[in-house]
Design a binder for this molecule. Structure first.
Ligand code: HEM
Length: 357
């Protein structure tokens, strides 16, 4: 995975070298989205988009963003989600079901094309080199797997893996511009461990305690997913009552766990509104603060914890670390930290100076 992430980082660095002059306010959002999208695309389908040819990519990410916005903002969609039978009614059905489905169908077509291309060319006797090939090889042995499920899983991965990670990285840029002293401290740690001639590696991670603590604080402050997914409650199946914190949750209740309140709770995080990477380090300044790290529920917890956690952590470490090793991120306008509320908490559009070092 690391080599794969690095290929997309190389594309990002090429893009920055070709399109950013280091002085003019630069929109870093698309390069970040392209980098993260390329990682997931290569994992699933084995290819990535060149920065010089991003029309299809931009179209796909825009439909995903619109879809996520629909899920939060479009009252008709919310009605159909709550009472699925209303999709058969004339106006609600069109606005809350048919139109959003039409909007997202281009994204589904893009995934289906990627899957079909591999279905037609891949010989299941060969060693698989991407997720779709692996799934096809597995499909021969497991009758529960089929092409419909493969398409759906690929959609889930693309959607869950793209918006979350790229949004967290955009928050990282904003937070590190706002807290320039933290940015400088991370950079000097990176320079002292990695130097300026080689690339950052996952093997460097244990030697970079302040950078690791800063990533944890970025995830806490960004709080990209303030609500987890709906979960139907039941200890083993949805047939048993549960007691959580002394409160009875009857079997089969739909719950919507809220991490926002935990990450901003002063009983767990002292001065929660402050940006303090040090809270994730012990008093010696280098040992990770285990307890606070356990409280950082950015990926959820339990059986349905984010399956992409390992990949997301690797992406954030390598992409952000590589950027900070080579560029200084500076604001060109007042920094606006008010989030846009959607399925993810996203930063407002911004430009910044990405100055080569
Ligand atoms: C910073 C980046 C990310 C964050 C903050 C994040 C966060 C989350 C959260 C909070 C959940 C819900 C857990 C629950 O329901 O209790 C989740 C689920 C999920 N995530 Fe992520 N995620 C990130 C990156 C990724 C990536 C890179 C992938 C895929 C490659 C991914 C794939 C998934 C999938 C498939 C699920 C559903 C798991 C299930 O229901 O069993 N995520 N994620």
């Amino acid at each position: 995975m690391e080599a794969q992430v690095n290929r997309s980082i190389d594309e990002l660095l090429d893009q920055l070298a070709a399109t950013n002059d280091g002085m003019t306010p630069f929109n870093i959002t698309l390069p970040i989205q392209l980098c993260v999208g390329n990682i997931i695309n290569e994992t699933l389908f084995g290819y990535h988009f060149k920065y010089t040819d991003t029309d299809q990519f931009e179209f796909v990410i825009n439909s995903v963003s619109k879809h996520l916005q629909n899920l939060k903002d479009n009252v008709w969609v919310l009605i159909v989600q709550a009472w699925p039978w209303t999709r058969h009614l004339p106006i609600i059905g069109r606005k809350g079901h048919a139109e959003p489905i039409r909007d997202i169908s281009k994204f589904q077509d893009f995934i289906a094309e990627g899957v079909n291309r591999i279905v037609q060319t891949y010989d299941t006797d060969q060693e698989p080199t991407n997720f779709v090939q692996s799934y096809l090889a597995e499909m021969k042995k497991n009758p529960q797997l089929d092409l419909i499920n493969l398409n759906q899983v690929a959609i889930d991965f693309w959607m869950a893996g793209m918006e979350t990670t790229s949004t967290t990285l955009r928050w990282a840029v904003l937070l590190l511009m706002k807290h320039a002293n933290v940015q400088e401290k991370v950079r000097s740690e990176l320079w002292s461990v990695v130097g300026r001639d080689r690339r950052l590696e996952m093997a460097d991670k244990p030697s970079l305690p302040y950078f690791n603590a800063t990533i944890a604080e970025i995830m806490r402050a960004a709080n990209t997913i303030p609500f987890l997914a709906f979960h139907r409650c039941g200890f083993i199946a949805s047939t048993e009552d549960s007691i959580v914190g002394g409160k009875l949750i009857p079997a089969d209740t739909l719950t919507l766990p809220q991490t926002y309140s935990v990450l901003r709770d002063e009983r767990f995080f002292d001065r929660p509104e402050a940006f303090l990477p040090e809270r994730f380090l012990e008093i010696d300044g280098t040992t990770p603060h285990k307890k606070n790290l356990e409280r950082l529920l950015a990926f959820g917890m339990g059986k349905r914890i984010c399956v992409g956690e390992g990949l997301a952590r690797m992406e954030i470490f390598l992409v952000l670390g590589t950027l900070l090793l080579r560029y200084r991120l500076e604001p060109t306008d007042p920094i606006d930290m008010k989030p846009i509320f959607s399925v993810v908490l996203a930063p407002r559009p911004f430009k910044c100076r990405v100055a080569p070092l």
